[in-house]
Design a protein around this ligand. Structure first.
Ligand SMILES: Nc1ncnc2c1ncn2[C@@H]1O[C@H](COP(=O)(O)OP(=O)(O)O)[C@@H](O)[C@H]1O
Ligand SMILES: [Mg+2]
Length: 324
């Protein structure tokens, strides 16, 4: 693809694990990201998201395969690539004893911008991202959300074409998260291509034009959130139970029911894919009720990205809170 800002072919990364075993963190990754997209890698802890991103950012050398980033070859032209990309890691990287503005100036110097240019660009970003109120306080006094927005600003100080964000809103409260999303969108609207990783379904859904669902180093599916959700036709009925034993018993009662297209046992709840929820629900409730395993809670929903993940991998992404 000629207008791809990221193009990879069979990119892979192997590590030596704790017992000297081979860990295939990223396997045969084929990916094209178009200029101007917000593209997300969505997957659970350990799926290989950070490893992928660090390879694309020239911070980690691949074990195999090749990639072109901003038109340059990853293996042969890493310096050129670095001039055109910005990277905000999972932990951010600001000096706490300095103010946000001083941090931006410092970052600008790393990119060899002149003092005047650095000052102009810092002022512009501080204004544009509405950081004026706290720009001159030490960053150690910032809230997590304020710090993350400054991280975003320092990632784009040199006006990169392509911005990499590793888990941009992990650990933030919902309000700060919404703010980070808003600012990522602002940067995007101003022409920056954004490549991010996340284990939050809501983040992928709210922010990304396209999403690659990754699991165990592989892409399981790729498309817009709407396209991915369309893979699951119909409605989803979720039955909640007091404990796993009762849920399992109900699961067995529902064996072989034709109205159920597919079903998953999620421990204390059961997830049932049906064609038409309004028709299937009374039938299903009747079966579990007559079998003496009435559900404690019942919900009928449209498919979410988590349902797509579940269908592809047999596991749920929800509740995967930890990050390495
Ligand atoms: N430096 C390393 N040495 C050995 N194993 C690693 C290293 N970095 C990552 N891994 C392993 O690679 C896999 C993918 O990790 P990572 O890319 O951090 O996943 P994610 O960002 O999706 O949580 C995990 O199994 C992790 O333990
Ligand atoms: Mg990670």
């Amino acid at each position: 693809m000629t207008d791809s800002i990221i193009h990879t072919e069979k990119l892979c990364k192997r590590f030596a694990g704790p017992k000297k075993e081979v860990v295939e963190a990223v396997r045969d990754l084929d990916l094209d990201v178009a200029k101007g997209e917000i593209f997300g890698l969505l997957g659970p802890n350990g799926a290989g998201k950070t490893t992928t991103m660090r390879m694309l950012c020239t911070l980690l050398s691949p074990s195999g395969g090749k990639a072109t980033i901003t038109g340059f070859d990853l293996a042969r032209q890493p310096h050129e690539i670095r001039r055109h990309i910005g990277y905000v890691g999972q932990k951010g990287g600001m000096e706490h004893v300095a103010s946000g503005r001083e941090n931006l100036m410092l970052q600008a110097q790393l990119y060899r911008m002149s003092k005047d240019e650095a000052r102009r660009r810092s002022n512009e970003l501080i204004e544009r991202l509405k950081l004026t109120a706290f720009a001159d306080r030490k960053t150690e006094t910032y809230s997590g959300g304020q710090r993350r927005i400054f991280d975003l600003a320092s990632g784009v100080i040199h006006s990169p074409q392509l911005l990499f964000l590793d888990e941009p809103s992990t650990g933030l409260d919902p309000q700060s998260r919404a703010r980070v999303w808003e600012e990522a969108k602002v940067l995007h609207e101003q022409g920056t291509t954004v490549f991010l990783t996340t284990h939050y379904l809501e983040e992928a859904d709210a922010l990304c034009d396209r999403v690659a669902i990754v699991d165990q180093g592989r892409i399981a599916a790729i498309g817009s959130p709407a396209e991915l959700k369309k893979q699951i036709a119909g409605d989803i009925i979720t039955l909640g139970y007091e404990d796993e034993t009762r849920a399992k018993a109900a699961f067995q009662l529902l064996e072989g029911q034709r109205v159920i297209l597919e079903k998953h046992d999620l421990g204390t709840s059961l997830q049932l894919y049906v064609d038409r929820g309004d028709e299937a629900l009374p039938e299903i409730l009747r079966i579990v009720g007559q079998g003496n395993y009435p559900a404690k809670s019942v919900s009928l929903t449209r498919p979410s990205l988590d349902d797509v993940f579940l269908k592809l991998t047999g596991r749920s992404l929800r509740g995967d809170g930890g990050q390495s």
